[in-house]
Design a protein around this ligand. Structure first.
Ligand SMILES: Cc1cc2nc3c(=O)[nH]c(=O)nc-3n(C[C@H](O)[C@H](O)[C@H](O)COP(=O)(O)O)c2cc1C
Length: 175
């Protein structure tokens, strides 16, 4: 009996810090169609080596994703997404901008994953313009899900080299 109690205590001593560590960890979730958001997410991971990085995938063709899923608010990413989001205190979402909106696979994440009450940082990647209206709509979308938007970073990919994209990410993290 004594041995059993000692074993449980030893296990608890080792497991508790591990659990606390997992809860302080950052989760980076990203979707990328043509690779630019991938660069952003990979740079974030390089700057935060302890973070976990998860790619959201979508088998839906671009036309359908943009026209049907986007316009009619349909789910657009492959499911299930094998990540226990509850474990993470901080979440970073990275997504391209399509027609002044967040891409439909990332919108699916915002709509369906248990992000309520989480501190969320958003990195959106656009060719050159994500206007006030689009930003306002995105913020509204997050507020309606009770997600705490800590920051919104807009990364521009049009005519930029991969290094210039990475540089923008580093700049954003400084601020
Ligand atoms: C259907 C579609 C719509 C887009 N709409 C916009 C837009 O409104 N504003 C903008 O600046 N870029 C727009 N872009 C460009 C993408 O946001 C940009 O190329 C981004 O870097 C793509 O990210 P990815 O390479 O991770 O897929 C659009 C691209 C696509 C495919």
């Amino acid at each position: 009996m004594k041995k059993k109690i000692s074993a449980i205590l030893i296990l608890a001593v080792f497991l508790m810090p591990l659990c606390a560590y997992a809860q302080n960890q950052t989760l980076i979730m990203y979707y990328s169609k043509t690779g630019k958001t991938n660069i952003v997410a990979e740079e974030l991971k390089a700057l935060m080596p302890d973070a976990r990085i998860v790619e959201i995938k979508s088998d839906i063709g671009i036309m359908q994703a943009v026209m049907w899923q986007q316009l009619f608010n349909r789910n657009a990413c492959n499911e299930p997404i094998a990540v226990d989001i509850e474990k993470y205190a901080q979440v970073i979402l990275c997504s391209p901008i399509w027609l002044q909106k967040i891409s439909s696979p990332m919108r699916t994440i915002i709509n369906t994953m248990p992000l309520k009450g989480k501190q969320v940082q958003m990195f959106v990647v656009c060719a050159g313009h994500f206007g006030e209206g689009g930003q306002k709509n995105l913020k509204k979308q997050l507020t309606s899900k009770e997600i705490n938007l800590k920051s919104l970073s807009i990364i521009k990919s049009g005519n930029k080299t991969d290094e210039e994209i990475r540089e923008q990410v580093r700049e954003q993290l400084k601020n």
